[in-house]
Design a protein around this ligand. Sequence first.
Ligand code: SF4
Length: 398
Amino acid sequence: MDQIVEHTAGQDKSDITIKKSTCRMCHGGCGVNLHIQDEKIIKVEGDPDHPINKGALCPMGAASLEQIYNPKRLKYPMRRVGERGEGKWERISWDEAYDEMVSKIKETQSEYGEESIWVGTGTGRHHFAYVSRFANAIGTPNWCEPGTAQCFRPRVHGSVLTMGQLPICTYTNEELPDLIMFWGHNPIYSSPDGEMGFGVKEALVRKPKTIVIDPRETMLAKRADIWLQLRPGTDDALALAMLNVIIEEDLHDKEFVEKWCHGFEELAERVKQYTPEWAEPITWCKADQIREAARLYATVKPSMLEWGVGIEHTPACFQTVRALLCLPSITGNIDQPGGWAFGMLAIPPFPQLFDTMSEEKQRKRLGYDQFKVLSGELAQLPSAHIPTLFEAIRTSKP
Ligand code: SF4
């Protein structure tokens, strides 16, 4: 923020123009008004007309100028001139950088094969589709992004395989939830993807019922109607026990289930064995408390399941996601105002060139045979399995 003060102090404000833009300091997309003078952004503020953030900005968004104008920000290609770790670099032209990279890629591929190049990227922000496109374009199936395996993507893949697409929490409807169940998620502090934090805060002002499932006593847990302090990593057992209570006590939404759910009878049969008494020693949550939570969740509508990456960081996360998806499904809290919405398909896919790769080449993706949903034939966003990549680096196999 010092930098903003520096830019604006003592300056004539008459030639400042304000342009609308979108913050991308996180996955979100909050509306911002940029104050521009002499082709430089001198101030960023939340756009009050934007339906998601309604004028608010989180600390990261408010600090975006510090990133844009940070003197240490990497803006040009740099070549290392000293020893590795010495921190000595020289600026080179884009042409030099491209030529050098192209020749190194070609050299490696002709010696070891196209798939020997591993293209990795950090968290899957707006640029990740370009990175996977680049990998596909140079002919390597070994592209990866950590989130595809252990942060968010298992939820996407699990949802797509279970109900066709990823449901999302939306607070832009007229109707807000009367109950919010926070599961492995603390959006008040983490505010992932922007709109969630702002929307949740707005919804909480109306004092909906809340259930918090979190090993930690967060601020949300302190004010919850029910806080289930489950043993970390046992979310699947808790979800199964809640399904057991809802179905055994006939609290599910029969009309919704009849119209929209497949396999309800099989689910009912399957979860019969997973009573709250069965779950208690596994989850460390009292059976009575599990019953109470299941009853409250099933009987207050509309409700929102706010789930977070706490779920993906558990050992059986994929099947946990699938069990959790059953809760809003059998209680009819999907595609209802105040409940989960479908909308991700409205975002057109970016051409990542996966279809240009032969099946033979796809099979060379590390993890293809073993991790079918992540890397193989069932993958929605095929990417290499990172531990297998590390193993390949260590052993040179394959
Ligand atoms: S929540 Fe995300 S998009 Fe919104 S202001 Fe913060 S960083 Fe920017």
